[in-house]
Design a protein around this ligand. Structure first.
Ligand code: NDP
Length: 445
């Protein structure tokens, strides 16, 4: 494999798709050595077939607002690879959504899903629709219109969408309702469903819980735990919320959350009633950071800034891609941060990654550290197929074990001669090997 040539060709074919190229580059650089040790991969064109999605659906999503005005958004579903199981990956509704972002997410999802050890391929979808500030009726009409296009492409054994930025239980409910109406089937076609109609306990918290479990495993390798540690978190969404809950439960103090407008620093820790207050704000589609600082006057709102300037032991980026750059990484190192576990997908820029690795930090990349979300989606599918529900304790125990196993796989493939564990390399190689071997078994298709 010639990484430079592959990337040049890919950029020519897909000009301007920066996030996609960034994600492919990271994986290719990690797996280059092991790929070249296996000539059967080269002759079967594994990498050329893996870096292009199997198919992409792009469509318009017309919908009508509460004033009777029609709007049009763009919808996408990127089905990347189904070598080890049906396509699986979330839906993102956010104005920043582009094909490049969904291709990067779908590509990374292949390796993440492989790491979970569950039979799931990689996909991603979404729209540039912004649910913020929209009424429930508007969100419902949008979700119904969106489903009118993708229902033909998905299925419980074909492609199983889930949530992501801007898509939580409410949006999943509206989309599932329309799917059910169109197909007359009530099955496990989507995950992140409501508890009363096929959802799994712990799924809402699972990504954040998993990220903290992964951080816990990394800390253990240096004889440490979360007890007494100061933690900075970015975002306050599906992922951040679970991460804050679990980190606090394990004895850490979480001192920040953030939104696109800035971050909150709360030295007393974000716990209990404060989390409930934040969840209320989110449920009513409101900004969270400023109102929080009014409600809890001991906290401070830092407008237009990111939380990485705050002194911490552990940083958990849980908002969005490329939200932590080289300068932020250097600030974390200077402030004594020892561990970064990514709840978000690709939140650290390539330059920030170099800083983490150069400083021998415990760095858990998103595709390993946030795999608990999709893993628990896989557990939801299993419960749907068996037509039964596990208790919260059962689901959490399975999630915990999956995260411990992902950590072990990263250590196995990522330990360097001096003993440092490069979790990024480990996650990419471990995820890749399984998919590549499945592709070899199934022939050139
Ligand atoms: P949510 O929409 O629930 O939360 C996202 C949070 O990040 C919100 O607090 C949002 O603020 C903030 N945010 C969004 N864009 C920006 C930005 N440009 N700058 C700063 N803050 C921003 O999404 P999720 O929690 O579901 O997803 C967060 C990340 O985790 C994403 O990278 C996603 O791909 C990844 N992920 C999610 C999984 C899941 O199970 N949901 C699974 C695995 C990974 P505001 O609401 O004010 O806009």
């Amino acid at each position: 494999m010639n990484v430079d040539k592959l990337l040049i060709d890919l950029e020519k074919k897909h000009p301007g798709e920066l996030e996609y190229i960034q994600a492919v580059r990271e994986v290719l650089e990690s797996i280059e050595e092991v790929y070249n040790q296996n000539p059967q991969f080269e002759s079967a064109g594994i990498i050329e077939r893996l870096i292009e999605p199997d198919r992409v659906l792009i469509f318009k999503v017309p919908w009508v607002d509460d004033q009777g005005q029609a709007h049009v958004n763009i919808g996408y579903r990127v089905q990347f690879n189904n070598a080890i199981g049906p396509y699986k990956g979330g839906m993102r509704f956010h104005p920043s959504v582009t094909l490049s972002i969904l291709k990067f997410l779908g590509f990374d999802q292949i390796f993440k899903n492989s790491l979970t050890t569950l039979p799931m391929g990689g996909a991603k979808g979404g729209s540039d629709f912004n649910p913020k500030g929209k009424s429930n009726a508007e969100i419902m009409r949008f979700c119904q219109s969106f489903m009118l296009e993708i229902w033909k492409l998905i299925g419980a054994d074909v492609d199983i969408p889930a949530g992501d930025i801007g898509v939580g239980g409410k949006e999943i409910g509206y989309m599932f309702g329309m799917y059910k109406k169109l197909t007359n089937e009530h099955n496990g076609v989507m995950t992140g469903k409501g508890r009363n109609w096929g959802g799994s306990l712990i799924r809402p918290e699972a990504t954040g819980y998993g990220t903290v479990f992964f951080a816990q495993e990394m800390l253990k390798t240096r004889g440490e735990s979360l007890m007494g540690k100061i933690v900075t978190v970015s975002g306050f969404g599906n992922v951040a919320w679970g991460a804050i809950k679990k980190a606090t439960e394990l004895g850490a103090r979480v001192v920040t959350i953030s939104g696109p407008d800035g971050y909150i620093y709360d030295p007393d820790g974000i716990t209990g009633e404060k989390i409930d207050y934040l969840l209320e704000l989110r449920a009513s589609n409101q900004d969270i950071a400023k109102p929080y600082s009014f409600e809890f006057p001991d906290s401070q709102f830092h407008e237009g800034k990111r939380p990485w300037e705050v002194k911490c032991d552990i940083a958990l980026p849980c908002a969005t891609q490329n939200e932590l750059n080289e300068g932020d990484a250097r600030m974390l190192v200077a402030n004594g941060c020892k561990c970064v576990a990514e709840g978000a997908n690709m939140p650290s820029t390539p330059e920030a990654l170099e800083v983490f690795l150069d400083n021998r930090m415990l760095y858990g990349p998103g595709k390993a550290a946030n795999a608990g979300g999709v893993a628990t989606s896989g557990l939801e599918q299993t419960q749907n197929a068996m037509k039964l529900s596990w208790t919260a304790e059962e689901v959490e125990a399975k999630l915990h074990l999956i995260m411990v196993n992902i950590h072990e796989a990263c250590v196995k493939y990522g330990t360097e001669p001096d003993g440092y564990v490069n979790y990024m390399k480990g996650a990419n190689i471990a995820g890749f090997m399984k998919v590549a071997n499945a592709m070899l078994d199934q022939g050139v298709i």
